[in-house]
Design a protein around this ligand. Sequence first.
Ligand SMILES: [Fe+2]
Length: 504
Amino acid sequence: MRRRQFTQLIAGLSAAAGLPAVAGVGNPSWAQQFKSALADRPWLLGYRTVQQPRFAADAEVSGSWPKDLTGTFYRNGPAQHEIGDYRYRHWFAGDGMLQAYRVGADGVNHQAALIETYKVQAERRAGRALYPGFASTPPDPAPVTSPDAVNVANISVLHHHGKLLALWEAGSPWEMDPEDLSTRGAYAFSPEMRGVPFSAHPRIEPDGTLWNFGYLSSAKLLVLWHVDKNGKLVKAGKVKADPISMVHDFVVTRRHLVLMVPPLHYSPDGAASSFLDAHKWRPDDPTRLLVVDKNNFDNHFWVELPSQWVFHYGNGWEDDNGVIHFDAARAGDPMAMIDSFREVMRGNLTPSGGSHHHEYRIDTRTRKVAEAPMFGMNLETEFPSVDPRVSGQRNRRLTMMSSNTLTPPVHGHLNEVSHFDYDSGARAVYRYPDTEIPEEHIYVADPSRAAETDGWVIGTAFDWKTDQTLLNVFDARALADGPLATARLPYGLPLGLHGRFVHG
Ligand SMILES: [Fe+2]
């Protein structure tokens, strides 16, 4: 894509970030409602705001940490949920905090740092909330001059070509210092792509090739990224998507990219007070799947499925007959995002339908698509993960968070980590005690072993009884035995989103 074309895109980005310039409708009482609810539901501590920009401590390790598992587990997530007496009205609105668990022979050391985005710096200078957020607008808001003016860099983290990047999905990656977690600033893969949205779920092939997308709501465009292992932009492209929606994750196979556009239509009508509220759920409309040729972004087609909502995919691959296979945590609608993740910020527990794992097939020759449930409707699932060495190739193992709907935990979150073996059909599972809320867990390969055969599952959990965050490591083959080791921090941190392990 030529520079002029992207300059034109950038001109529309402010609205693309979905930030209507409307009068502020802040409601400071959310902070008070949340504080009151904490007395009845102490697990809500997982949604409190951080009061300081940095944390650092050596963890107390119990059990036996695998000696071959050394490196850094980076995590990101919303953490600053309040500025003064203004509390954000959505879990996804919080300013991001990057964490590093450094694992070695000396034990586990933890660091965390609030990401010093333009927004954080400007609001600190002003001493108040200034900008419209994902689901609310503070009183007397400042004008939004670009998406990166409101970038909260709070979803995930990428370590690629020596760079550590904190990712949002409606603006630039935010570059961080891998050693001290200081903030370097907005990152651009090339000058002409500066400021173009880069989603929080890039897919990296085993050779280091990176694929990603972004969405431009007002322009009704999906942007596609192809970056080589050295961080050089190979090509970028765009595909018209009308209607357009929020798109959070995607699938990469040997020959194709697959993006799902659910019928949560971006349709600002002037009355919407936030980006989220500018979207309308249309359950009678189809979910559209875009299939793109990796070698030529102009070569693409659409297929349709019934309305549904997906945040995350496990993996995608393509067989010799041109059939694309992938799996996803499929929800019937986006009510978790529209309702539950909003209400929890004022202390309300409002269960939504949850997501259940499905498998999908797209025949690229006949352009037919099919979907089917994978593990039964009593099993809610999210955060699917595979060995990074089979990314885009056929996988035979799948790790994810789960919950049995017949035995729900008191806190209402997913409370198990599961590891599925496609060959045997077996599921290994560890159920967390109700006093701990597990966060995303990921499969971490043992670099000295063949893909998917031996490895670990690592993840964090918030112990709301002791107000401490834990890092657990499991043998992937023996999840039911419980953690091999637990690294316990002397403090608790707000519940986050995604992490990535970097061997070293
Ligand atoms: Fe995500």
